[in-house]
Every structure is written in structure tokens, then in C-alpha cells.
Write a protein of this length. Structure first.
Length: 384
């Protein structure tokens, strides 16, 4: 079954307020082991002055999506096979390398996941921030230094005037991340792409970094694309959320709608795995059985079906299409092509209630396929 593209059904280019419009991106990595199909027909929008969150387990394609937007997929072995990346009415995929260098760091800036490996250890942090400023702005060295100190102070680095001449190893992990944010903000970009910016930080520092993101979004009136596996970060910061699984987008909605009314079994599973406030230390946590499949030899049909407790025979053979189930809410699941939306909404509500019980049964039994069929049959009887 062919897959529909976002631009055909869900992504009108004339929509106002859209800063970034990604359409039908396919990114593959050609390795000795085989072709890694990292992204399959991925598309989403980032609105002006809003934050889009991209969430999913490691290996879902979140970071590759960001690299594809920035045009920095390592080649070889990676290659964007097809798709469009529209920014301010221009397709970045048609830009030359020289043109993209004027856009990166200036109009679109990126914060990478590990600040220690992203910063040059033999240059001071001030030199690295000044380099970004002087690359895109016509200012002298003294002005660039003054601007570097101001931006370091803005992101909460204490004694910025003294620390501007320090080297990265002299900063803690949280402070290095603040330096990366300062570098990204140095040219006042319109879009900030943040790839797992809080992953390596402890909870207290994470909260501080999230507060910085909130402050700079209001201060600079910029849009943010936030990549994370932490649904708590999504709830805290994002206006819209895209859920990815094994190279596909499986659900897209406003963040409030996604948390209130998740539709895809994978989204429901992710939310079900979050410890509840009433969870006691001796309680068993809900987990999603199995792991992300190999993207060299992915399973046929829906890539989530080997781990899904509500699979059907159709899921094993046909790739589900994205379907719009509500305004600004789309889902890639055969439930929404096989049954009326109203009935599926009722079913998914019951699915959320029964999810933990179903998954624990599956985990206890090693015959996953048999238990999945039984679980779906029970759910379908409830639906009818």
C-alpha cells in the first residue's frame, strides 16, 4: 500500500504563520550491512513563535530529521532521497552549500546533544561564540566580544565577563550546555533546533535549561523545534507534538490534545510508561515489550505491529496511512482506516484504561503474537 504525503492532505503551503514546512522527507544511510531507511516520508510544520516537540525512543529518526532540515546529513553514507524543506517560502533543499552556510547559525541555529563533543576544546568559549557572530554579522572583534558576554549573561552563566576566556573543560555539563545555547542565540535566529538539550543533565539543571528556553522564546520571539525522548519536557515546553517511530511519524497533534486524547497505540504506550505520582517504589512499571526494529530489515506493514498489543492481520502486511481524525490531529494506524473515527475514539479510550493490564500479560507470556491477537480480539469485542 502506498503512503500518502503530508503535503497532499495535511500540509497546504499557503497556510499562514508557518515558518518551517517539512514535506515527504526520505533519508537513507547506505552502509556495508545494507540500506538504513532512517526517515520515510516525514513531514511536519513549525509555526512562528511556537515550539514543536518531536518525541520517540532512541532510533526513531528524531535526530536524523533535524540533520535533514539543516542539510548536514553526513554524506557518505547518508543521503536525502527525496522531499522538501520550506523555510520562509524557499525550499532549502534547492540551496547550494554556500547559501546554506549563510542560513545555518544565522536564520536557523542548532543545539547538539552533547556539548562537550560539540565545543572545540582548544578554543575559549568566547572565541567560539565570537566566531559565530563575526561569520554572520559585520562587526569588529571588540563588538563581537561584548555581544558574547551579553549573550552568556542572558543564558545564566555567572561572571560572564570573566568566564568568556575560559575553555570548555573548565565548565560543568550544565554550563557547557548554556554555552551551546549562547552560540545558537548569538545571531538571533528565527528557528532554534534543539537536539536532546537536557539528556545528559540532572533534573535540577534540566529545569533551569527549560526555563532558559521559555525565556529566550519570549525574548527573541523565535520558534523552537525540540527533539527529546522525555514526555515531561514535551509537556513543559511544546505547543505541538510529533510522535515518531522507526522512521515514520505516527501521530501529530497539539500537545494538550495529545496528552488528553492520544490515539496511536505507540503514543498510548509511551504515556502509559510514565510513572504516576501515586506509584510506589515496589510497584512494577509498565514497559513496552521488544525494541525498535532494524531499519535495514524493518518488519513489513506497520513497523510497530511486533510490539503492539492490538495488532490485526492487516497491520502485518500494509503500511498504514496518515489520517486526520480531528483538526490538527493526525494518526498513522489501521484502526482509523478500518473503523469509523467515533468508534475508534471510544476504543482507544478503553485501550488507555486497559493498556497496563494488557501489556503486563504480554510481558509475562513469551508468545507475543498469540497474546497480541487475543488482546486485540478482546478490545474489538469491547468496541462492538
Amino acid at each position: 500500500m502506498s503512503d500518502m504525503t503530508f503535503q497532499e492532505e495535511l500540509r497546504p503551503p499557503e497556510e499562514e504563520g508557518v515558518l518551517l514546512d517539512v514535506r515527504g522527507i526520505r533519508t537513507y544511510f547506505f552502509t556495508e550491512e545494507g540500506v538504513v531507511k532512517a526517515l520515510e516520508n516525514v513531514g511536519y510544520k513549525v509555526y512562528e513563535s511556537k515550539t514543536l516537540g518531536i518525541v520517540g525512543e532512541s532510533g526513531c529518526g528524531k535526530s536524523v530529521s533535524a540533520l535533514s532540515v539543516m542539510g548536514i546529513v553526513p554524506d557518505p553514507p547518508g543521503k536525502i532521497i527525496e522531499g522538501e524543506v520550506w523555510f520562509r517560502g524557499e525550499d532549502l533543499r534547492k540551496k547550494s552549500d554556500a547559501e546554506m552556510r549563510t542560513i545555518r547559525g544565522n536564520k536557523i541555529a542548532m543545539i547538539f546533544q552533547d556539548p562537550m563533543t560539540s565545543l572545540n576544546p582548544v578554543l575559549t568559549v568566547g572565541d567560539q561564540i565570537m566566531e559565530a557572530i563575526r561569520l554572520h554579522q559585520d562587526v569588529d572583534l571588540q563588538t563581537a566580544r561584548e555581544n558574547s558576554i551579553k549573550i552568556m549573561d542572558l543564558v545564566g552563566i555567572p561572571s560572564a565577563a570573566d568566564r568568556v576566556d575560559d575553555y570548555p573543560f573548565m565548565f560543568s555539563g550544565g554550563m557547557r550546555q548554556r554555552v551551546m545555547i549562547a552560540m545558537a542565540l548569538s545571531c538571533n535566529p528565527e528557528l532554534l533546533v534543539a537536539d536532546e538539550p537536557t539528556t545528559a543533565l540532572d533534573v535540577t539543571i534540566q529545569a533551569q535549561i527549560l526555563n532558559i528556553f521559555k525565556a529566550i522564546r519570549n525574548e527573541f520571539n523565535m520558534s523552537i523545534m525540540l527533539i527529546t525522548h522525555d514526555l515531561g519536557v514535551i509537556a513543559e515546553l511544546c505547543d505541538y507534538t510529533t510522535v515518531m517511530y522507526a522512521g515514520y511519524i505516527v501521530e501529530y497533534a497539539t500537545t494538550i490534545e495529545l496528552f488528553k486524547n492520544p490515539m496511536h497505540p505507540y503514543t498510548i504506550a509511551l504515556l502509559g510508561a510514565i510513572p504516576k505520582p501515586e506509584t510506589r517504589k515496589d510497584d512494577e512499571l509498565t514497559i513496552i515489550p521488544g525494541s525498535i526494529p532494524s531499519l535495514i530489515t524493518p518488519p513489513p506493514g506497520c513497523r510497530f505491529h511486533p510490539r503492539c498489543s492490538h495488532t490485526m492481520e492487516l497491520c502485518k502486511t500494509d503500511i498504514p496511512l496518515l489520517r486526520q481524525v480531528a483538526p490538527q490531529h493526525t494518526v498513522r494506524c489501521h484502526l482509523f482506516t478500518k473503523y469509523p473515527i467515533a468508534e475508534v475514539e471510544e476504543y482507544t479510550a478503553k485501550m488507555r484504561e486497559l493498556y497496563q493490564h494488557d501489556q503486563m500479560e504480554i510481558i509475562e507470556q513469551k508468545g507475543l503474537g498469540k497474546k497480541m491477537t487475543k488482546a486485540f480480539k478482546r478490545g474489538k469485542e469491547n468496541l462492538e
